[in-house]
Design a protein around this ligand. Structure first.
Ligand code: GSH
Length: 217
């Protein structure tokens, strides 16, 4: 079997999901940098890998795949290493529910409306952060955090007693969110999630996939 290839940028939250899955499984892989945010759009030919022009895309033994959820599940099922999904149907559905919550309600709110707006508005858009947008997003972020804490209950990981894909899909989003003062403050007040973050942040997979700006709040 050949080494899988991940196409995308190192600092993308969704690319990091896939890289975290590969790291947790202990699978060597190659990261091929693709900048879909370049002024001219995705590089020539990239739309053949991903018709929506997003990252990540993935290839393994000539098999091409896009969508981080499909890729992370493939990685878990196609390679040896610790299982990242439970076999029990209810527990597995919980993992999928959390992935869907993170994808549908947390990503845009916590990364774009809060992190990018607070920390990147000046360099990205040449303007001051839109405080109304941030304030509205913080309310939505709290709904997400309450829901995740509720689903997590007293477990150490988001979907039970073992690390799963649910944690790997959520961690890159929280990595950005907590870099804002508002995100760090909200996380500190959600003690279950803060404990979860402290555990996941300490994993070697997180160190191996650090987003370059991660250290700079
Ligand atoms: N549903 C996709 C979302 C991927 C996604 O939105 N990736 C972002 C980077 S983190 C992207 O490519 N954005 C480019 C754009 O919005 O044009 C997945 O799960 O892979």
């Amino acid at each position: 079997m050949s080494e899988p290839i991940v196409f995308g940028r190192r600092n993308s939250a969704y690319v990091r999901v896939v890289r975290l899955a590969l790291e947790e499984k202990g699978v060597p892989y190659r990261l091929t940098e693709v900048d879909v945010f370049a002024p001219g759009g995705p590089p020539t030919g990239y739309l053949e890998r991903h018709p929506f022009g997003r990252i990540p895309a993935f290839e393994h033994d000539g098999y091409r795949l896009y969508e981080s959820g499909a890729i992370s599940r493939y990685v878990d099922e196609a390679f040896p290493g610790p299982a990242l999904q439970p076999t029990d149907p209810k527990a597995r559905a919980r993992v999928n529910q959390i992935i869907s919550v993170v994808d549908s309600y947390a990503y845009r709110t916590m990364v774009w409306d809060i992190f990018v707006e607070r920390a990147r508005a000046r360099e990205r858009y040449g303007r001051e952060p839109d405080e109304a947008r941030i304030a509205a997003a913080l309310l939505k972020a709290q709904v997400c955090m309450n829901a995740l804490e509720d689903l997590m209950g007293k477990d150490p990981w988001l979907a039970g007693s073992a690390l799963t894909l649910a944690d790997l899909h959520a961690a890159p989003i929280f990595a950005y969110f907590r870099m804002t003062p508002e995100g760090a403050g909200l996380l500190a007040r959600h003690t279950g999630l803060q404990r979860w973050w402290d555990s996941i942040a300490a994993r070697p997979s997180m160190a191996a996939t650090t987003i370059m700006i991660e250290q700079k709040p």
